[in-house]
Structures are given as C-alpha cells and as structure tokens.
Design a protein around this ligand. Sequence first.
Ligand SMILES: Nc1ncnc2c1ncn2[C@@H]1O[C@H](COP(=O)(O)OP(=O)(O)OP(=O)(O)O)[C@@H](O)[C@H]1O
Ligand SMILES: [Mg+2]
Length: 294
Amino acid sequence: MRGLTYKYEDGTMALRDVDLSIERGEKVAIVGPNGAGKSTLLNLVAGFRMPFSGRVLIEGRELNHENADELRSEVGLVFQDPEDQIFMPTVEEDVAFGPRNLGLDDIDARVTRALRSAGIEGLAKRRPHRLSYGMKKRVAIAGILAMEPEMLLLDEPTSGLDPRARLELVKLLREMDKTMLIATHDLEAAAEIVDRAVVLNVSVVMEGTMSDIVMSKKVLQDAGLELPPVSKLFDAMGRMGYPVDSLPVSMDQAVAELTRVIDREAKRTSELRGPGNPRSDRKSRQSDARGNGD
Ligand SMILES: Nc1ncnc2c1ncn2[C@@H]1O[C@H](COP(=O)(O)OP(=O)(O)OP(=O)(O)O)[C@@H](O)[C@H]1O
Ligand SMILES: [Mg+2]
C-alpha cells in the first residue's frame, strides 16, 4: 500500500496516506478501535473498493478496475459478518461458489480440503443460514480457502466465537502456511498468530511485534485499545519490582516470560544474598515481617 487514502461518498475520511508492505508468507495484524478503517483497508486490498488516492500493489502490479477480478483469486477476503458472504442453500454449495465462479478446476477436491481445514467436514449438507454464528464464520472461511488464495484477508475472524472455537481458529490460522492480513481487536489472538502488527487509526500509528505494541501505553490509549489481562498482570509485576523484560500478550508468551522472570529473580536473589548476607532476599524479609526468623 502506497499513500493509500480513502474517503466515503459522504465525506468520511476512512484512511489517510497509509504505507504498508507485507512480504509473502508473512502474517500481519491490523489493530485499531471501531471506525479506524480496518475493514476499509481490507476491502481496498481485496479490490472491492478502489482508492481515493494512492495505490495497492500486489506482487508489483497495481490493483485497478480491470484486473480486480483476476487478482481476487490471489487475495481472498473473509468478511467481518458471515451473513454478508453466505448465500447458497447448502454449506458445500456455498463453499464451492467462489472457485466455481472463478472457473477453477477440481471443485469437489477443493471443497473437501477447505471444509477439512475449517474443521466443518460434517456440515457439508447443512443449510448455512440455520447454523450458529461461529459455524457460519467457519463456512465463510472455508468459502475463501476453497479458492486457495495466496493471501488471506480476515476481518475480525475471532469475534463472536466461543472460547473453544476461538482457540481452534487461532490454531488453524497459526499453522496455515499463507500470507495473512488480519483485522482484529483481539490482541491476544493476534499475538498467537502474527509476526508483526500495525496499529491503525485512519493512518498508521505504529508497527512492531504485539509485545512492542502493548508496551507502548500511550499508543494503546490513544487508539482506544485495552491491554489484555495477561499483559496487565506482567505490567503490575514490573511495577512491583520483579525483573519483567517484555510484556507478554498471549498465554504462551506469558509462560515463557514467567520462566525467565523466575530465573532472573533467583539469580538476583542469590547475588544479593551473597556468602555473608543470608537474610537479604525477599523470603527472609517476609519472615522478618512475620517475626518468626527463618
Ligand atoms: N459505507 C460507508 N459509508 C460511509 N462511511 C463509512 C462506510 N463504511 C464505513 N464508513 C466509515 O469509515 C470509517 C472506517 O470504517 P471501517 O468499517 O473501515 O472501520 P473498522 O476499523 O473496520 O471498524 P470496526 O472495528 O467497527 O469494524 C468509519 O468512520 C465508518 O463510519
Ligand atoms: Mg471493521
């Protein structure tokens, strides 16, 4: 994206001068508050809307009205609301719609693979409109996977999912070997899936790892984003004097950082105690406070 700017017909400036590069195979999250322009950005990259000014380049080719349909087989957008995407009478027909429309071959094999990847093989004959919201989300994802695009654009993929479904989707996306651009408020899920994140608020506010982003309190505050609970916990531990070096965002990162904190703390404590100073660690201070010595 080069100088990407978008203004809606009513004058709303949704994106201003966005420069952003995504390498092949990279997974990037776009985080930002409601109305930040995340969905608008994904729609522009998918060629559903054309820029007011600036450009979207896919493998060096500028996206325009003429090539948008052709590039759509390379870039697949999963909409924020699955109702906007699902319209065929059965799940399998719905998932087959995209590849059929693009004139791709091996439709049945593609549908089978996509249903399996989305974990909904058992729903092939069901009527999508009767499914739960989380299941509809998976049908929408399968519909895009069936086109086997190079790049997946996902708009709030975890919203409305129950904890188990959310975890499964996070695992699916983490393990999927594709270029991804994911718009989300779910910082924790983003931390588990992506390599890099971008804070968007009409313009790009910051780029970095999810950990860099949660450490930038002002950026989060200005962008109206909340620290995930696990980051808040480590932030509090840091303020209490524990040797916290980075703020974890996901549970995996928290376990890794906690292990490092314990090691650092043990090392620091043994250095403090030294050979002739046996009572200067936290434990003996606590014992002193209780007044019962060692
Ligand atoms: N069709 C439209 N016509 C006019 N303004 C629009 C339209 N769609 C979005 N907007 C405006 O553009 C801005 C960006 O909206 P967008 O949907 O891209 O934000 P978002 O970051 O995806 O928000 P959310 O987190 O709520 O999904 C908002 O101010 C929104 O009101
Ligand atoms: Mg949106």
